[in-house]
Structures are given as C-alpha cells and as structure tokens.
Design a protein around this ligand. Structure first.
Ligand code: FAD
Length: 277
C-alpha cells in the first residue's frame, strides 16, 4: 500500500546566539532526511512572538518548509490578525494553531478561549491561505472533563477548518489507534500524525509528562529509574523503545511522524535511520 506520509521536526525558538548556532547545526543534520516541514513553537501569551518569526524565516531562507505554531490564549483578535498578516507577507502558508497555556499568575484577558475559535478566526481572516494543523490527545488533554468531551473538542477544531492534526506524545500505540478509530467514527477524515518524543533524559521526561498528561508506562518508568544517572543506558533504552513505537505506528497505518526534537538532532536521526525511512 502506498500511503502519502508526512514527516516533520519541531523546534523551539532559541533564546541565545549559541542556541541559534546549535539549532542551525541541528537543522542541517535533520534537513538531509527531507522532512515535509520544520515547525517552531510559540510561547503562550506571545512571549516568543519575535523569536518564533525569526526562526521560521531563517528556516524558510534556507529553502526549507517552515510552519510556525500560534497560540491564542491571552491574545486579542487584533494581535492574531497582525501575526497572520506578517506570516502571509513572508509567504508562509502553514501554521500549527493552538490554545496554549498561560503561565500561572498571568491573567486571562484575551478574546479566545479554545483552539477551535482560533482555527475559525484564521479561516475567516485568511480563507484557504494556510494549511492548519491542530493538536490531538490520544491519552486526553489533562483539563478535559471526560474522554468524550475531549474527542468532541477535537472534532470542533476539525469542523472549524483544520487540515491535519499532530498528537501529544505518548508511548502507548493502542491509545493512538483507538483515538484515530473514534475520530473516524465521528466523521473525521484529516490525517492525525503521531507526535514522537525521543527519550534521552528521564527527569525531564517525567516533568514534561506530568505537565501535559502524557503517560509514561510503568515498565518504562521503572527501567528509567533503574538506570539512575547512566545517560548512555537511558539513551540506548529510549532509542529501542521509541523506534519500536514508531515502527508499530507506521505499520498500523499512521500517516507520518512529527518529532519533538527539543532542538537536538541525535536521537531523532538515529530513530529515523533505524526505521529505514
Ligand atoms: P484546545 O483544543 O482548545 O483544548 C484545550 C482543553 O479545553 C481540552 O481539555 C479540551 O477538551 C477543552 N475544550 C476545548 N473546547 C472546549 C469547550 N468549548 N468547552 C469546554 N472545554 C473545551 N503550547 C504552546 O504554548 N505553544 C506551542 O507552540 C505549542 N505547541 C504544541 C504542539 C502540539 C503538537 C501539541 C500537541 C501541543 C502544543 N502546545 C503548545 C501545548 C498546548 O497549547 C496545550 O496542550 C494546551 O493546554 C491546549 O491546547 P489545544 O490547542 O489543544 O487546546
């Protein structure tokens, strides 16, 4: 079977000139795999607005496809309109549309409550100019009242005009397959691309997972705890686990993979090569 698959790599906008240099090297290494696009995150409340734009323009300037993330929480329609117009004026046609999470203590004064409202606004303002990706949660968003509510919220983003979705990371392939089946039963036809988080550091992974609601299965957690500070052992184990997960997802029909690279090329490159992509 010849399915059209989409592979992409995610970065965050670097804060320092060393970070910018490091990201250039990472990008150079990952560009050889010819991904469909590189995406760049956006700090909620607009905190990385300029750095996200700079990063995306630099990627585009290298002849590579770039998709900025855009989060709406805490923003006004006018803020978002300006950002969309800036991207349009630079010929950017791909965007990842999110609600975002405001840092605790920051008051919510914006005009958007949920990501479906952002998707709707982008379509109203710019028609079909942008390919719009939205977030999906196979293990469900931590604030969702129930699994069914979260599925309904996802369907609303699709109905508002999303072109494709990228999932939160997960280590349980069955959660993904079940989620895709449920979405299809609700009439969703857009591609839902699994988000992949390589495992390189167990403390950082535990921190991220607590915050975003991704489950680290007990057997993975216990093994990571057992490796202690042995980073080589963690990395070797992580590469095995994540390569197997990707393999299973692709074998099961996933329409591509989106790697959360954390601006590092090493693990993503090894997984890619092991998959023989
Ligand atoms: P939504 O789809 O709006 O959902 C948020 C929550 O609200 C869910 O619990 C949902 O069930 C619920 N909900 C939705 N609609 C309703 C409704 N009408 N009534 C009641 N409840 C409702 N964050 C950033 O700040 N910057 C980034 O660049 C970024 N990139 C990301 C990329 C990907 C691929 C993913 C998966 C996440 C990313 N995030 C990013 C994190 C994201 O912003 C958070 O997960 C955020 O908490 C939810 O964003 P969302 O777009 O999924 O929100």
């Amino acid at each position: 079977m010849n399915i059209q698959r989409t592979f992409s790599f995610e970065f965050f906008p670097p804060k320092t000139s060393e970070g910018v240099e490091k990201l250039r090297a990472t990008r150079k290494q990952l560009a050889q795999f010819k991904p469909e696009f590189f995406s760049c995150t956006f700090g909620a409340g607009g905190s990385t607005r300029d750095r996200t734009l700079e990063t995306v323009l630099e990627i585009q300037g290298e002849g590579l496809a770039a998709a900025p993330h855009l989060s709406c929480v805490g923003s006004t329609k006018e803020n978002i309109r300006e950002i969309l117009n800036t991207y349009k004026s630079h010929g950017i046609r791909h965007i990842v549309a999110l609600r975002g999470d405001l840092p605790s203590g920051m008051a919510e004064t914006g005009e958007f409550r949920y990501a479906n409202e952002l998707v709707e606004f982008i379509r109203q303002e710019t028609g079909d100019w942008f390919r719009i990706e939205v977030a999906a949660y196979p293990e469900f968003h931590p604030q969702a009242k129930s699994a069914q509510d979260d599925l309904n919220a996802f369907v609303r983003k699709v109905q508002a005009g999303a072109s494709a979705a990228i999932t939160q990371y997960f280590y349980n392939a069955d959660a993904y397959f079940r989620f895709v089946d449920d979405c299809q039963a609700l009439g969703v036809q857009i591609p839902i691309v699994p988000g992949i988080m390589p495992i390189t550091n167990s403390t950082q992974l535990a921190r991220f997972s607590d915050a975003c609601g991704a489950e680290i299965p007990r057997w993975i957690r216990k093994r990571l705890e057992g490796y202690g500070d042995d980073l080589d052992a963690i990395r070797a184990f992580g590469l095995d686990v994540v390569t197997d997960l990707c393999d299973r997802l692709l074998q099961g029909g996933a329409p591509g993979l989106h790697f959360y690279t954390l601006n590092q090329a090493g693990s993503t490159s090894t997984i890619w090569q092991r998959l023989g992509l």
